[in-house]
Design a protein around this ligand. Structure first.
Ligand SMILES: NC(=O)C1=CN([C@@H]2O[C@H](COP(=O)(O)OP(=O)(O)OC[C@H]3O[C@@H](n4cnc5c(N)ncnc54)[C@H](OP(=O)(O)O)[C@@H]3O)[C@@H](O)[C@H]2O)C=CC1
Ligand SMILES: Nc1c(N[C@@H]2O[C@H](COP(=O)(O)O)[C@@H](O)[C@H]2O)[nH]c(=O)[nH]c1=O
Length: 590
C-alpha cells in the first residue's frame, strides 16, 4: 500500500556527463531511495524505514534497474528486494540507500545481499543513528572492497543538502531516539483562517476538508500513539483511529488530571485499538476501576505533565507520538519542550467567536521576538485547505559531533569522528557522573609557593584559582572562602558570584590560563584514583560531552552549541594516558 503523506517528490535526471552531474545524480537517487523508504510508514509500528535504488551505468547512461523498500521489521531488507528486482543487472551496479543498514552478519541481510550481488558501489544517505549499529555495515562493505560513499563525509556538495534532509526526515523518530531518548512528537491541528479550532460552543466537526482528514488518518497510522486531553474527549468523543484502509493502529492516550470523563465514549471501545488513560495519582479510583473493566489501561503519574508522559511512553517503546489535543494541552506540551514538529491544516473558513478555542493556549510570551519560528517550514495545498508544517525543534544532527569533526581528530587522533558514539555526563549520579567536576574526589594541588593543598573537589580548586596569586587581602579572603565552601555546588555559585562582583580581584591572566588550570586539576584527579583512570580509559573511541545546558564554555549546551571544553580536556587526557600505557607496555616487552 502506498501512502500519500507528501514528504517529498523527486525528479530524476538520467544522463551522467561530468563530476558535477554525478553529484546531482547521486543526490537524486538518494532522494528516490528516501521516497521509497517512506512507503512503509504507517504499515506497521514505526521501525527503521529503508529504501534501495539500484542503478546501472553504461556508456554514460544511468538507469534504475531495481528498487525495494523494507515493508516491516522482520521482512526482506530493501536491498535484497532491489537486487531480486534487478536480477543479473545488479552486478557492478551502484546501490543507493537512504540509511546505513542496521544488520551485518547473517544470510539474507542487506550487507550479505549487496556483497553476493557484487554491487560495485554503495551510496548512503545517513549513517545508522543508533550508536551500537553506526558504522558496522559501512565497515563490513568496505572490508570486502566495495566502494562506500556517505553523503556529507565522502561526498561533499550543495546538491546533497536536500537529499540529506529527506533521509533524516524519513527516519526522524530514530534520530530523536538516538539523540535525546524521547519519542518524536508532532502536534497536529485543524483551524479556520481566523485561528479557531472549534466554535465557541466547542463544536469542531469539521474544520478541515475530507482530503485533509484522510491525511490525518495516514499520520495516525505512522504514529505509535495519538494523545488528546480530557476536554477533547468530553467535547468531541473522538475515535482517533486511522481509517485509510488497513495498516498500523496507534495506541490512543488520554491525558486527564481530574478523570472527569464520560462513562460512554468511543475511546473506551478497545476492540480496534488500545486506549491508555494517563492520570494524576489517586484520581477517581472508582472510575479507574470502571475503565479497567472496559479494557482501558490507566497509568497514574505523581504530577501529570507532558514531559513525564512522553518519557514514560518512550520507556515502553513508543517512538513517535501524534498530539491531536486542543490548545490547553498543546500549550503545556510545547512549553515542556516535547513537541518537535507541527502540522497545521488551515481551512478557508471563518468562525469568529471571542472564546472560541485556538490551537495553542498560554505560552507566557510577551514579545514577538519570543515566537517559536518554524525550521524547514513548508506549505502545500490539500484540497481546499493549506497544510503548513515545520519543525519547532530541528532534527538533531548526530554528526558532526562536539567538537567538530576536524577538531576531534586533533584532540584525540584515535577517534573516528563519524562513527564515535557520544557519552554525555553531567550530574554526579549519571553513569559517568564521576567525570563531573562536582564528583567527591579530593585532589592535591600546589599553591603559588609550591605547597600542596588538599581540595575537596576539582570545582573547589578551579573556582579558587581565579583569585590565586593576587596581592590583595580581599582576594586571599575569596580564595579561603571558596576553599572552605561546603559543597561543589556552593563553590561554583560562590566562585562565579565573587568573580562577577569583584572582577578586579580575579587574576588578570585568568581567561588565558583557566583551561590549563582545569587540565592540571583533572590530570591530578584521574591520576590518583585508579578506578577513575580505568573509567576514563574505558570510554576510548567515544566522544565525551559534558551535558550542561547552561555552561556554554565547559559544557556542550542544550543543542550542541556549547564548546564542551571539559569533554575536550578529558578526551585529551584519555589520549595521553593511553599513549603512556602503550609506551610502558612496549618498554616492558623490550
Ligand atoms: N480542530 C482541531 O484540530 C481540534 C479541536 N479540538 C477542540 O478543542 C476543544 C478542546 O480544547 P482544550 O480544552 O484545549 O482541550 P485539550 O485536549 O487540550 O484538553 C485539556 C485537558 O487536558 C487535560 N490535561 C492533562 N494534563 C494536562 C496538562 N499538563 N496541561 C494541560 N491539560 C492537561 C486536562 O483534562 P481534565 O480536565 O480531564 O483533567 C485538561 O482539561 C474542543 O472544542 C475540541 O473540539 C480539539 C482537538 C483538535
Ligand atoms: N475538528 C477536526 C479535527 N479534530 C481532531 O480529530 C479528532 C476526531 O477524530 P475522529 O473521531 O477519529 O474522527 C478530534 O478529537 C480532534 O482531535 N481534526 C481534523 O483533522 N480536522 C478537524 O476539522
Amino acid at each position: 500500500m502506498a501512502l500519500s503523506v507528501p514528504l517529498f517528490s523527486s525528479p530524476i535526471v538520467c544522463k551522467t556527463n561530468h563530476n558535477h552531474n554525478s553529484h546531482a545524480l547521486d543526490a537524486a537517487y538518494i532522494k528516490r531511495a528516501a521516497d521509497l523508504a517512506d512507503k512503509s510508514g504507517g504499515l506497521t509500528s514505526p521501525h527503521p524505514n529503508y529504501g534501495c535504488v539500484l542503478v546501472s551505468s553504461s556508456a554514460g547512461n544511468a538507469r534504475v534497474v531495481g528498487k525495494g523498500f523494507l515493508y516491516a521489521e522482520g521482512t526482506k531488507p530493501a536491498e535484497l528486494l532491489a537486487i531480486e528486482d534487478a536480477g543479473e543487472l545488479s552486478k557492478h551496479a551502484t546501490a543507493y540507500l537512504n540509511m546505513e543498514p542496521g544488520d551485518c552478519p547473517g544470510d539474507n541481510t542487506a550487507v550479505s545481499a549487496l556483497l553476493k550481488a557484487r554491487v560495485e558501489r554503495v551510496v548512503i544517505g545517513i549513517r545508522h543513528p543508533l550508536s551500537h549499529l553506526r558504522g558496522n555495515a559501512i565497515r563490513a562493505l568496505r572490508s570486502e572492497g566495495v566502494q562506500v560513499d556517505v553523503l556529507g563525509e565522502d561526498l561533499q556538495s550543495k546538491f546533497f543538502q536536500e537529499a540529506l534532509k529527506f533521509c533524516q526526515l524519513v527516519n526522524a523518530h530514530l534520530i530523536y531516539k538516538a539523540a535525546s531518548r524521547v519519542p518524536f512528537s508532532i502536534l497536529k491541528y485543524a483551524m479556520t483562517v481566523d485561528g479557531k479550532i472549534a466554535c465557541s460552543s466547542g463544536h469542531a466537526a469539521w474544520i478541515s476538508s475530507k482530503q485533509s482528514r484522510h491525511l490525518v488518518f495516514e499520520l495516525r497510522g505512522r504514529s505509535d500513539a495519538v494523545i488528546v486531553g480530557g476536554n477533547t474527549v468530553r467535547k468531541d468523543n473522538p475515535k482517533l483511529t486511522p481509517r485509510h484502509g488497513g495498516g498500523h493502529f496507534p495506541t490512543r492516550i488520554v491525558m486527564s488530571q481530574t478523570l472527569n470523563l464520560p462513562e460512554v465514549a468511543n475511546l473506551w471501545d478497545v476492540s480496534e485499538a488500545r486506549t491508555i488513560v494517563a492520570t494524576q495519582r489517586g484520581a477517581r479510583k472508582s472510575f479507574q476501576k470502571y475503565l479497567a473493566s472496559k479494557g482501558v489501561e490507566v497509568v497514574e503519574f505523581d504530577i501529570l505533565n507532558p514531559r513525564d508522559v512522553v518519557e514514560y511512553f518512550y520507556d515502553r517503546g513508543y517512538l513517535s507520538i501524534l498530539w491531536e489535543c486542543g490548545g490547553t494541552l498543546a500549550a503545556s506540551a510545547i512549553s515542556s519542550g516535547v513537541i518537535h514538529k507541527v502540522y497545521a491544516f488551515v481551512a478557508p473558513k471563518i468562525i469568529g467567536g471571542k472564546i472560541a478555542p485556538t490551537p495553542v493556549g498560554e505560552l507566557g510570551m510577551v514579545e514577538m521576538t519570543q515566537a517559536l519560528e518554524f525550521v524547514d517550514a513548508c506549505s502545500e495545498q490539500i484540497g481546499p485547505d493549506t497544510l503548513i508544517s515545520g519543525f519547532i525543534q530541528p532534527i538533531p544532527d548526530l554528526a558532526p559531533i562536539i567538537p567538530s569533526v576536524n577538531e576531534t581528530s586533533v584532540i584525540d587522533p584515535s577517534l573516528t569522528p563519524y562513527e564515535a558514539s557520544i557519552i554525555f555526563f553531567y550530574k554526579t549520579w549519571d553513569p559517568y557522573g564521576a567525570f563531573s567536576n562536582f564528583s567527591p574526589h579530593p585532589i592535591q594541588m600546589p599553591d603559588e609557593n609550591g605547597d600542596y593543598l588538599t581540595w575537596s573537589s576539582v570545582e573547589h580548586y578551579y573556582q579558587a584559582s581565579k583569585f590565586l596569586g593576587v596581592e590583595d587581602p580581599s582576594a586571599k579572603e575569596c580564595f579561603e572562602n571558596i576553599k572552605s565552601a561546603k559543597s561543589p555546588e556552593e563553590v561554583a555559585r560562590l566562585g562565579r558570584k565573587l568573580q562577577r562582583q569583584f572582577p578586579h580581584l580575579v587574576r588578570p591572566d585568568w581567561d588565558s590560563v583557566k583551561v590549563d588550570v582545569m587540565y592540571k586539576a583533572l590530570k591530578c584527579k584521574f591520576s590518583i584514583y585508579p578506578h577513575l583512570n580505568s573509567m576514563l580509559l574505558s570510554t576510548a573511541g567515544s566522544v565525551l560531552v559534558e551535558a550542561s545546558p547552561h555552561d556554554l564554555f565547559w559544557g556542550g549546551g542544550r543543542e550542541g552549541e556549547g564548546l564542551n571544553y571539559l569533554g575536550r580536556l578529558l578526551m585529551q587526557l584519555r589520549s595521553e594516558f593511553l599513549s603512556e600505557s602503550t609506551t610502558e607496555n612496549s618498554c616492558l616487552r623490550m
